[in-house]
Design a protein around this ligand. Sequence first.
Ligand code: HEC
Ligand code: HEC
Length: 372
Amino acid sequence: MNCALFACSLACALSLALVQGQTVAEPKPVLAEDVFKNVQVLKGITVNRFMETMGLFSAALGMSCEDCHTSSDTGWQAYAADTNPRKRTARRMITMMATINRTSFGGRQLITCYTCHRGSDRPIVTPNLSTLYLEKIVDPPDIVAPFPHAPSIDLVLDTFIRALGGADRLARLTSFVATGTSAGYGPESEPRKFEVFARASGARTTITHTLDGDSTTAYDGSSGWTAAPHRPVPVLALTGQDLEGLKLDAQLSFPARIKSALSAWRVGPSDTLADRDVQVVQGTTPGGVVATLYFDKETGLLVRQVRYAESPVGRIPTQIDYADYREVAGVKMPFRLTVVWLDGQDTIQLTAVQPNVAIDPAMFRKPAAPPP
Ligand code: HEC
Ligand code: HEC
């Protein structure tokens, strides 16, 4: 036993005891300043979260990486340079934003880059009279408030379970292996071969076979990793809220126990998504990931998940749309998943799903490093 284990909390010790034969002590998170050369403000966050804040900056300002950095041709080192004045401005803005939130909003993170910038480099100053009286599209708030006339959460989730085929059939689906394609965003993104390996016990691995090597996300029920070509850390162990995101995806692949996947459930008002009426519900994971689920009111099926991880510069959203539900071993399964995050999009189309197959446990463990 090493010293780190003595420092373990009771909860950690319990989870160690629960999962046998595996090393489950959460790895020490890899922090941004451990990997990058010139991190002055965004210290103390994981390298994964740091890269997501870069996606957040880009989305909030309508910029691409090169607008604040120089050309990335020379690899990750090029990003360390402070030659671009926009990068230096952005750094000042992080501090300004934190000061506003601290001094005017009691430390609540209400002002973010997006609050001011709304997708442009310079915030708009004056109301535009030519659009003032036109109907505006208002984005819904991230946090769903309980709606007084909403159905109970049990009713919404029980309807979902029934729509999938019922609790009995769901209980009989214990694993699946699926193949299909994954296509990125943009014209030159050819569909790549894609595979999912999943177990109802809560393990899930996805592999995209790209031209430059495999891009793998693995979750074994307690530990998780991403491994992909051209990343600052080739095989990255995920921690905290990132790990909880993987766990949620594993749980939603076998939704029999969806009620316990989140807590503090709130049922919001109805909404519409692509002209369909949907019921919006929201819950929270133990580590504070907020997840919003949208259920089609007519079919009862889950059509969207949006989850938010916390960062020092605002919530980091990930959205997954579920469509093309088909029956596998009597259970409806979404064959098309559209995953959208701050600097990318993947459309996954499954073509074949084999239910209840034995899967080598190694599939869910730490993936091999992609080719350099
Ligand atoms: C609005 C400006 C802005 C945009 C857009 C932006 N960045 Fe950054 N980037 C920064 C700032 C500011 C820092 C330094 C943060 C600090 O000092 O804490 C930084 C630091 C980095 C670093 C660390 C470099 C090192 O070795 O110190 C990397 C890597 C990076 N950015 C990658 C990206 C990528 C990839 C994108 C596009 C997805 C991107 N950035 C978009 C402003 C930006
Ligand atoms: C309170 C409002 C506000 C917030 C919050 C804010 N900005 Fe700004 N930002 C501005 C204003 C106003 C300007 C234009 C300043 C000027 O023209 O001198 C600006 C300009 C910039 C510029 C220079 C753009 C250019 O092309 O010259 C960058 C880069 C930038 N902001 C990044 C950020 C980042 C990153 C965040 C979040 C960490 C952020 N800003 C948060 C108000 C804000």
